[in-house]
Design a protein around this ligand. Structure first.
Ligand SMILES: Nc1ncnc2c1ncn2[C@@H]1O[C@H](COP(=O)(O)OP(=O)(O)O)[C@@H](O)[C@H]1O
Ligand SMILES: [Mg+2]
Length: 156
């Protein structure tokens, strides 16, 4: 079994710090012991992609092609702040609908990650603020789940 830790940062509520924590946790893990870190932007709003300094590009491949088209994971060719990134864009929102009828859909992200497990010590998945299929496939792929919450009634 692979030693790679796959952490889904998940909460159906928005604005609780999932994306900020994905990037900052990834950064500190990458500084420590030269961990190899991959961040996956699974939110069609592409906040993580933007926070990492990339312009969300609607012509670029995202995790959409990997989970819907079962293509190789489109990892950005350069390291950003010592981390690898699979960027997102708005096209990813179509995955919610297109995966509804897909065969073995729950396994799609887990399967997409399998070929790159040996290349990373940590894979952090920035989930969208919903309980849709994108969140479900990330929970299936994950070995750990991190749920950031704000100390307010509505955030819970
Ligand atoms: N630890 C923190 N303290 C205060 N504000 C924060 C903290 N982490 C993130 N924020 C701010 O909260 C807002 C939402 O954060 P974000 O990471 O985008 O949340 P989410 O991904 O859950 O929607 C952003 O404006 C961000 O700058
Ligand atoms: Mg976010």
């Amino acid at each position: 079994m692979s030693k790679t830790r796959i952490i889904a940062l998940f909460n159906q509520s928005g604005g609780v710090g999932k994306t900020s924590l994905t990037m900052n946790l990834g950064y500190h893990l990458a500084q420590k012991k030269k961990n190899r870190v991959l961040l996956i932007d699974l939110d069609p709003q592409a906040s993580l992609t933007t926070f990492m300094g990339l312009e969300p590009d609607i012509t670029a491949k995202t995790v959409y092609e990997a989970v819907v088209g079962e293509e190789a994971l489109p990892i950005h060719p350069e390291l950003i702040h010592s981390m690898s990134l699979v960027p997102a864009n708005i096209n990813l929102s179509a995955a919610e609908l297109e995966l509804v009828a897909a065969l073995m859909r729950e396994m799609r992200l887990k399967n997409a990650l399998a070929p790159v497990l040996d290349s990373y010590d940590f894979i952090l998945i920035d989930c969208p603020p919903s309980l849709g299929i994108l969140s479900v496939i990330s929970l299936v792929a994950a070995t750990h789940v991190l749920v950031p919450i704000q100390c307010q009634f509505k955030s819970l």
